[in-house]
Write a new protein. Sequence first.
Length: 231
Amino acid sequence: MTQLVDYQLADGIATITITNGKANALSHEVFEALNQALDQAEQDKAVVILAGQAGIFSGGYDLKEMQKGPKEAAALVNVGSTFTRRLSAFPLPVIAACGGHAIAKGAFILLSVDYRLGVEGPFKLGLNEVAIGMTMHHAGIEIARHRLTPAHFHRSVMNAEIFDPQGAVQAGFLDRVVPADQLMEQALATAAQFRQLNLKAHGQTKLKARAGYLETLDNAIAQDNKHLGLM
């Protein structure tokens, strides 16, 4: 696709890897490349593994773009919210292979896919927006509410609590933690299990099960756009 995102297809499994520097920052260009990769996965009818690099899934939005000004920051947030909305409704299974830290938008991506694998180690996962002076946007609140346990929702969204990998499983950011050297092996094994599903039934059931959430998320994105002056 581009040097920011790598796409590999084998045995009906598409591995999409973000490769944007040491923080795997999420910029307009990265989201464009990720969307192109998802387009290709749909065309290939492939189960998706979404991965970062060793030690980092993503540290969140590209701060260089966020610091350009309010309009630029708002536009990037809108692109990011739309991307996570697409992940939540993606017609094929999506597995996250989180090889380390996942902060802010990186953690929101984990909250938007079907299955999440993390790795053992001194890694941080969570939503730090309030800690760095950002009022949480409507879409972020709804994404977190959808997947986190009620107690961890409050601890994450309002208190900006950050978790280690095992704590992230309890909170709802991850489903399972494996040794770092087994991450991709386990992700591929999980994807192979998903390949045994009737993928059409999977996609249709996902839309039915998440219909209320997707409607809520669409309304939240519209609220954010209105508040941020994008409408």
